[in-house]
Design a protein around this ligand. Structure first.
Ligand code: C2E
Ligand code: CA
Ligand code: CA
Length: 602
């Protein structure tokens, strides 16, 4: 046989009648058939929906999974354009882009929402490929898709969890931040006000403690409900945690409008809440700030509202407080200035200058007053009036005072090394003197300078120091006396000290305020005051010293009136320590030991 591979059909006589095919052909055919069966099986049993369309997107074939997912039978869809599956959830541009990509690249991959036969929506992840013939012409589209609705749902659920509070279902901080950004943009666009409010329940904790945890939760849910009731669509109520909530009100025209809203809110919240037959009452403190009057960023707006809420709390609760950007600006400027002085102290920019005090009778130097200066790197030498007020009534005040005390004693020890024993007066603020650490740290400081004789330190205090609690101040003064420290009453005559008060305050020295001294030459009333203070000091057996002595005329009158202790530009100006040494030397005051003040009167 020529072709041994041929399969031949024989007739009845056994002659070859018809060539059916070759063996080789049969095996190829079998393979092809097997292949087809396999393909068909994959097609039918695939877990993915498969749809084959003609180039015009009309369905040629679908598999069982397609039918299972969409709910259509094969017969219902054959010949139809796939468009009938559309849900309307994607716009025209979505499909435009899809087709453009499919035609250009031959494949498209993406997610879309389609609609089942029963009208239900489902999400599908699709993979569509274009099938081309040998001339490159598209002959079919094959789409594979899987149903990812469940995945989408759980994604949505997770997102909800991530952006909502589990108890009240209100937006949480993250979502609030989003909403706030949108609200601020809207306020800018529409030229309206957006109010950011922070709300904290006043008495939630005690109510919560008295009842079960579940009751507390139900209260919070009710509060959330009431908050939502009083807001408009587009406003946001968020839970910040615990019994704290934040609110955003959009589209307000005036600050008044927002006050009305808040008052309504407070009234609604204060209505009794019925739980398990019990009427519980909750009130709230609300702080609020208005954008763009307060033009801060979202985080800062929230912080401002929180600060204002704190003020409402301090005012007793069940009320609201509006954040004041101007006041805040002042406070911030003050804080920055304070930080600057604090840095100056730590960077060694502060120094003490010393102004001598003399006894006109002997011309002896009886001591020096320490006066603080700031050698500012840009502004030059600053007087205390330019920076001390910043520190007043702050924690820093005592720190600064301690530094002045330490520096003054250190400097006097330096002078001692050069043979000068000089008493030093240090100005002490009321706040510093009455600080609980004052006596302990003063005593430690003196102990650190054992070479300095007792009586070397005098503290100058203002009349106002003892205005609060004279007994407490008298006690502190007595404790200082025991440490060998004496006192002078500064700026005497400018305050409101009464005679009884003067009698009870154990100070050794009275300083006549420089304003009276300066003007006494022209002003007879000031002269009368100076005279009065001098006699008062004599009557109470106190030393008297005049400050602001600028001229020999001042000097003469004061000594004639019986005030011999003098301090002022007429004697010497305040000067740094090195200059003081030169000044002392020039006066040839080698022995100032005799100038130490008398021991404190008991
Ligand atoms: P003060 O205690 O009444 O100090 C006297 C002030 O009068 C000083 O001003 C001094 O330089 C100035 N002075 C002295 N003699 C004359 C004079 O003849 N004419 C004029 N016009 N002024 C004179 P300074 O140094 O500017 O201090 C101002 C105030 O600052 C002080 O008033 C005191 O209350 C406070 N101060 C200064 N240093 C300190 C300090 O270390 N601690 C505290 N707490 N306060 C201080
Ligand atoms: Ca003084
Ligand atoms: Ca003074």
């Amino acid at each position: 046989m020529r072709d041994r591979g041929n399969v031949v059909e024989h007739d009845q006589e056994g002659k070859p009648a018809r060539l059916i095919g070759s063996i080789a052909d049969i095996s190829t055919e079998m393979e092809a058939e097997q292949h087809l069966r396999l393909t068909a099986s994959v097609f039918q049993h695939a877990h993915e929906g498969i749809v084959i369309t003609d180039p015009a997107a009309c369905i040629i074939e679908v598999n069982d999974t397609f039918c299972a997912i969409t709910g259509y039978t094969r017969e219902e869809v054959l010949g139809r354009n796939t468009r009938f599956l559309r849900s309307g959830h994607q716009d025209r541009s979505f499909y435009g882009q899809m087709w453009a990509e499919l035609l250009e690249k031959g494949v498209w991959h993406g997610e879309m929402w389609n609609r089942k036969k029963n009208g239900e929506l489902y999400a599908q992840l699709s993979n569509i490929s274009a099938v081309r013939n040998e001339h490159g012409k598209i002959i079919q589209f094959v789409g594979l898709f899987s149903d990812i609705t469940a995945l989408k749902e759980s994604q949505r659920h997770l997102e909800h969890l991530a952006y909502h509070d589990a108890l009240t279902q209100l937006p949480n901080r993250s979502l609030l931040a989003d909403r706030m950004r949108m609200a601020l943009l809207q306020a800018e666009r529409n030229h309206t006000l957006t109010a950011v409010a922070y709300l904290d329940l006043d008495n939630f904790k005690p109510v919560n403690d008295q009842h079960t945890h579940a009751t507390g939760d139900r209260l919070l849910v009710e509060v959330a409900r009431r908050l939502l009731q009083t807001t408009r669509a587009g406003d946001t109520v968020a839970r910040m945690g615990g019994d704290e909530f934040a609110l955003i009100y959009n589209g307000l025209q005036t600050p008044d409008e927002c006050e009305q809203v808040v008052h309504r809110l407070l009234a609604r919240l204060a209505e009794p809440i019925l739980l398990d037959g019990q009427a519980l009452q909750l009130t709230a403190s609300i702080g609020m700030t208005l954008y763009p009057l307060d033009g801060s960023d979202p985080d800062t707006l929230l912080r401002h509202a929180d600060q204002a809420m704190y003020m409402a709390k301090q005012a007793g609760g069940n009320c609201f407080h509006m954040f004041d950007p101007e006041r805040d600006r002042r406070l911030r400027a003050h804080r920055e200035a304070l930080e600057r002085v604090d840095a100056a102290l730590h960077d060694g920019e502060l120094e003490l200058h010393y102004q001598p005090k003399v006894d006109a009778r002997s011309n002896a130097v009886i001591g020096v007053e320490a006066l603080i200066r700031w050698r500012h790197p840009h502004l030059g030498l600053l007087r205390p009036a330019e920076f001390l007020p910043i520190a007043l009534d702050t924690e820093f005040e005592a720190q600064l005072g301690d530094w002045a005390l330490a520096t003054a004693l250190h400097d006097m020890e330096t002078l001692l090394g050069h043979g000068y024993v000089l008493p030093v007066s240090v100005n002490i603020t009321p706040h510093h003197l009455t600080h609980p650490d004052f006596i302990p740290s003063l005593s430690a400081l003196l102990a650190a300078h054992p070479r300095l004789p007792a009586g070397v330190l005098e503290l100058e205090i203002l009349e106002s120091t003892a205005m609060g609690d004279i007994d407490a101040v008298a006690e502190i003064i007595a404790a200082c006396h025991r440490l060998g420290v004496s006192f002078a009453l500064d700026d005497f005559g400018t305050g409101y000290a009464s005679l009884t008060w003067l009698r009870r305050l154990p100070v050794q020295t009275i300083k006549i305020d420089q304003s009276f001294v300066r003007n006494m030459l022209e002003d007879s009333e000031d002269l009368a005051i100076v005279q009065g203070v001098i006699s008062l000091a004599a009557a109470f057996r106190r030393q008297v010293i005049a400050e602001g002595v600028e001229s020999t005329d001042h000097r003469q009158i004061l000594t004639a009136l019986g005030c011999h202790l003098l301090q002022g530009y007429g004697v010497a100006r305040p000067m740094p320590l090195t200059q003081l040494r030169v000044w002392l030397q020039a006066r040839q005051q080698s022995d100032t030991r005799s100038a130490l003040p008398a021991p404190p009167a008991q």
